[in-house]
Design a binder for this molecule. Structure first.
Ligand code: FE
Length: 341
């Protein structure tokens, strides 16, 4: 082989990876397009770095990442719920990130102790009640909803949803399995209807008089309140005299096989910054994880509350225990519309 051809080949070999590594970021996102695209557009406008993305549900995205392995085009995974983030980390698709920016911007209880994922928005899962039939003074805690006074008055979303699995995981962390199971059995005994397929339907059942209380993520309450400002429902911050209201996150991690790991880390850092946090949270009526981020007016109108300070990582660590516990307690995973329990 002549030297000329060899050097031409080498130049080509050097050119190809340089081209492939051109700064861009490829994102797999379980957060909906309408919530992330405006942020990506802003980022590209500010930095010139293009952001490509696909969106899908958390499960299929993780499966895809695992199946693609080293060949994945994804640099950053954005997903919802600490339970899903924990699964992604445990299945080895996320890289450990050592970033002073991220550790400064994201509170320690809202990120992976191993640095593989970081919360980007905080959501609270709390009690919503009928303002016609319940006084806030009647309410107290998640645990209290297991008491006989709520018999036939409680509606819940299915136990299949990771949000409820995460909530029950924190009950296990705090009370131990035996007591957590007693609480969940109490909820099941108090159900007015079979579990609902989503939080909105559970709230609509309360509004319709089928039950008096439910447990939902606050942004679903916010959406319903925007659509129906006169709906006779209100939020109640659970567990203010004890553990604090259950919180969870949406968050992200750089993938293990990222082709643009530096660019991915920079985007993640920007998403956690004061400049981006307000919008990232507000688009879904959530709370910024960065204390410097400004919360949306609708959200601040719900008032201050004490949040549970347990590391949200527990949602993943105790998720399978929570699922088994809910199954044992007869908390149904499948929805049967309108069926009475
Ligand atoms: Fe949701």
């Amino acid at each position: 082989m002549s030297r000329l051809i060899l050097s031409a080949l080498l130049a080509g070999a050097l050119l190809v990876p340089t081209y492939a590594l051109a700064e861009e970021v490829v994102v797999y996102s379980a957060r909906n397009e309408h919530l992330i695209k405006p942020l990506f557009d802003r980022y590209t406008a500010e930095t010139g770095v293009p952001v490509k993305y696909i969106t899908d549900k958390a499960g299929p995205l993780l499966q895809r990442l695992r199946a693609e392995g080293k060949r994945t085009p994804a640099d950053l995974l954005i997903t919802v719920d600490a339970g899903n983030l924990w699964h992604a980390a445990e299945s080895g698709v996320l890289a450990e990130i050592d970033s002073a920016v991220l550790t400064a911007n994201v509170p320690v209880n809202l990120r992976d102790p191993g640095g593989r994922w970081f919360g980007l928005s905080e959501r609270a899962r709390t009690i919503v009640y009928s303002t016609e039939r319940v006084q806030p003074t009647d309410l107290g805690s998640y645990e209290d909803l297991a008491e006989p006074k709520w018999k036939g008055r409680l509606c819940l979303r299915t136990s299949k949803k990771v949000y409820n699995q995460s909530l029950v995981a924190t009950l296990i962390a705090r009370h131990g399995e035996t007591e957590a199971e007693r609480i969940v059995r109490g909820w099941v005994d108090n159900l007015a209807a079979a579990p609902f397929s989503n939080d909105t339907k559970a709230m609509q059942a309360v509004a319709a008089g089928q039950c008096d209380v439910t447990i939902v993520n606050t942004y679903y309450f916010g959406r319903l309140q925007k659509e129906q400002p006169d709906i006779e429902l209100a939020l109640f911050w659970a567990n203010q005299d004890s553990s604090g209201t259950h919180i969870n996150v949406s968050g992200a991690g750089v993938t293990r096989h990222a082709k643009h790991p530096e660019a991915a880390r920079k985007l993640l850092e920007w998403l956690s910054s004061e400049a981006a946090q307000g919008e990232f949270a507000a688009r879904n009526m959530e709370f910024p994880v960065n204390p410097k981020g400004a919360a949306d007016a609708t959200v601040t109108a719900w008032g201050d509350f004490k949040a549970d300070e347990l590391n949200v990582n527990v949602a993943g660590r105790l998720q399978s225990a929570a699922i088994r516990l809910m199954d044992r307690a007869g908390y149904r995973r499948a929805r049967r519309p309108d069926a009475r329990v």
